[in-house]
Design a protein around this ligand. Structure first.
Ligand SMILES: O=C(O)CCC(=O)C(=O)O
Ligand SMILES: [Fe+2]
Length: 352
């Protein structure tokens, strides 16, 4: 690790773009270290980074978007053949619009502009489908019957493992960038079996409903896990909180071919707050041509989100390079299982 000090004030608030091909094809450790440092600096100062030339094939991303759109276009009764169970203990299958209310959970009422409805009254305009590892016995997948959408299972599982490969490379780079002696310290706990692929669809909504605060695409929140990989279409609307100005949100404009990577709460804690988990939200698209008609109905938006987390019994305890005499460890060791339980209890109130 360079230094545990605060990142210099000159570091930009906007999301850095890092060419990951130099990591994948780097001829030597020095080349790789340059990329590792770029990613780590971005994760320290902003908490978000765009990776271009990340090695996950565009064909695979495209085919996953295509099958995701086909799935969301099915009649509701078909999608309800794979219903997400009530509560948050078993996070798999299809959730209809309004079922997961981030706004009722970790969104912060105090940060809402004056005059807007309380968070609990906000209608969440999104539907989702959650997929895990086929070997995760605690949270088995909930699939549509194969003949309802042939190929859905195969395509999404292939994408799941392609994302795992990219996530492993990113965690490896972060280990190097942080300065961990043991380069495999993070990757050894991230087997891929406790990750989650979330397919998201934000249906059209009248702009005024979002502007008045009565509807939201996705309210401000931080992710719970180690890192998140995000692929977004070209609609726009993703925003991240300005690292220097609380409650000010900056656009995370779609960059063609790029994967957005962000740090989650668990890795922030693991790194003794060296890496930053930044709040983000999805709101109206910034471009005028994304709206139609008098009511300014927004375009549909689709995204593919891959949440990465370690084995459930991993002890999350300050990483060796992230503390020194001047920066002692801030948090008690906790297992990932306990940490997730705490987060879900705070977010959904059911403690599962
Ligand atoms: O759809 C997006 O772009 C963001 C999704 C997100 O932040 C999440 O699912 O946690
Ligand atoms: Fe998120």
């Amino acid at each position: 690790m360079g230094s545990i000090e605060e990142p210099p004030a000159t570091i930009s608030s906007t999301i850095p773009i890092v060419d990951f091909s130099k990591w994948i094809h780097g001829k030597n450790q020095a080349d790789r270290l340059v990329v590792a440092r770029q990613i780590t600096d971005a994760c320290r100062s902003v908490g978000f980074v765009y990776l271009t030339n990340h090695g996950l094939s565009q064909d695979r991303v495209d085919e996953t978007f295509t099958i995701s759109k086909q799935m969301f276009a099915l009649p509701l009764e078909d999608k309800m053949k794979a219903p997400h169970p009530p509560g948050s203990a078993h996070h798999r299958g299809y959730s209809a619009p309004g079922s997961e209310q981030v706004s009722k959970s970790n969104a912060d009422d105090a940060s809402r502009p004056a005059g807007t409805p309380p968070a609990a009254a906000v209608k969440e305009c999104k539907e989702s489908y959650e997929i895990g590892s086929e070997e995760d016995a605690e949270q088995p997948n909930i699939w549509l019957p194969e003949d309802t959408l042939p190929g859905f299972r195969q395509t999404t599982i292939a994408f799941y493992w392609a994302c795992h490969e990219l996530a492993t490379a990113v965690l490896h780079a972060l280990s190097l960038g942080i300065g961990l002696q043991e380069e495999a310290l993070l990757t050894q706990y991230h087997t891929g079996h406790h990750n989650q692929l979330r397919l998201l669809h934000y249906p059209p909504v009248p702009a005024a409903e979002v502007e008045s605060g009565s509807a939201a695409r996705m309210p401000p929140h931080a992710d719970f896990g180690s890192i998140t990989l995000l692929f977004q279409d070209d609609c726009g609307g993703l925003q991240i909180e300005d690292p220097r100005v609380p409650n000010k949100f900056l656009p995370a404009t779609p960059v063609p071919g790029a994967c957005v990577v962000n740090v989650g709460d668990l890795l922030m804690r693991w790194s003794n707050d060296y890496l930053k988990s930044t709040r983000h939200r999805v709101t109206l698209p910034p471009l005028a041509d994304r709206f139609q008609g008098e009511e300014r109905i927004t375009r549909d938006r689709y995204s593919l989100v891959y949440f990465v987390g370690p084995l459930l019994d991993t002890v999350i305890e300050c990483l060796p390079a992230c503390a020194d005499a001047a920066h002692p460890a801030k948090y008690e060791p906790v297992t990932r299982r306990e940490f997730s339980k705490m987060k879900f209890a705070a977010a959904y109130g059911d403690g599962k």
